[in-house]
Design a protein. Structure first.
Length: 118
């Protein structure tokens, strides 16, 4: 089992920045690829970014590429998402998730709200 807790959400104006963190506990954090997802009101949850277990490979949704940066610190069991040039369409609840041995995202945090005003 992996227990995930997100933090760092809040309200910012368009063009601002936020840094989300996800603290992991339980099974060895460094064994898993980790991802960020988000869900806006009335919409389905969507993929934002993923990082490999070592941190050496990352992949982003086109909508956030060049603005968001995913990173991890395996020594501190922490996953981060640096978000710059935020836009109102980035408003959502953001979730961190860990992949299981099957490659599916089997562990999820409770989410943190990000609100961007114009």
């Amino acid at each position: 089992q992996v227990h995930l807790v997100e933090s760092g959400g809040g309200s910012v104006q368009a063009g601002g920045s936020l840094r989300l963190s996800c603290a992991a506990s339980g099974r060895t954090f460094s064994n898993y690829a980790m991802g960020w997802f988000r869900q806006a009101p009335g919409k389905e949850r969507e993929f934002v970014a993923v990082i490999s277990w070592s941190g050496g490979t990352t992949y982003y949704a086109d909508s956030v590429k060049g603005r968001f940066t995913i990173s991890r610190d395996n020594a501190k069991n922490t996953l981060s998402l640096e978000m710059n040039s935020l836009q109102p369409e980035d408003t959502a609840v953001y979730y961190c998730a860990a992949q299981t041995d099957t490659g599916e995202y089997g562990y999820w945090g409770q989410g943190t709200q990000v609100t961007v005003s114009s």
